[in-house]
Design a protein around this ligand. Sequence first.
Ligand SMILES: N[C@@H](CCC(=O)N[C@@H](CS)C(=O)NCC(=O)O)C(=O)O
Length: 224
Amino acid sequence: MTEFTLHAAPGTCARVPLIALEEAGADFDVALVRFMKGEHRAPAYLALNPKGKVPLLVADGVPISENVAIARFLAARFPKAGLLPVTEDPLAEAQVTGDLAFCAATLHPLVTRIRMPGFMVDGDEAAASVRARAIEAMRPMADVVSARLNGQDWWYDSGWSILDAYVYWVWFRITGAGFPAEDYPTWAAHAARMETRPAVARALAREADMTAQLEREGLAFRPA
Ligand SMILES: N[C@@H](CCC(=O)N[C@@H](CS)C(=O)NCC(=O)O)C(=O)O
């Protein structure tokens, strides 16, 4: 039996721990959550994660939800993988937590509004308005990300970390959904660098397997 099971769906923010697990060289299984079948709202899943969301990592039988918590756990469990900067300085620790929270609590809600505005309001016109406003709200945040990545390969100049997986996922979700990607070449270059990493390629291959599975079952999810 593997130590870890990541409950995930392709294209979702579960990509962040999926990449982290691959980077750590962890022995793990992926359990596909079929949104179109409502598996995330089924009693068995809600018993593990009452929020009904992915990602959910079951580690040694214990369910952990929320990307920030999963990232912290994996970084502690795989210290040699360097998934997050290691420090005993409370101020530096707080900055890492702030960076994770920036992704989870500032960027992610904007991603949802850009990618799936129909989740927020009824009607095409209202959804278009939500998307347009979210794109405008994302622009200064994209400036923050770009400034951070300017002149360095990764979010931390000490090297690759889960933060890179997180901003990579955000980039993946907002491009192709009306966000003006051409205005943010530094972020685009970071995404391209991410895709040269073998662990990222393995994570994307796992997602492709999940997508193929959903397509075979007629359960592929295509946001508007
Ligand atoms: N705060 C959570 C957000 C998780 C989340 O919103 N996951 C989305 C996929 S990106 C989800 O499961 N959505 C299904 C739903 O809300 O019905 C985290 O950071 O893990």
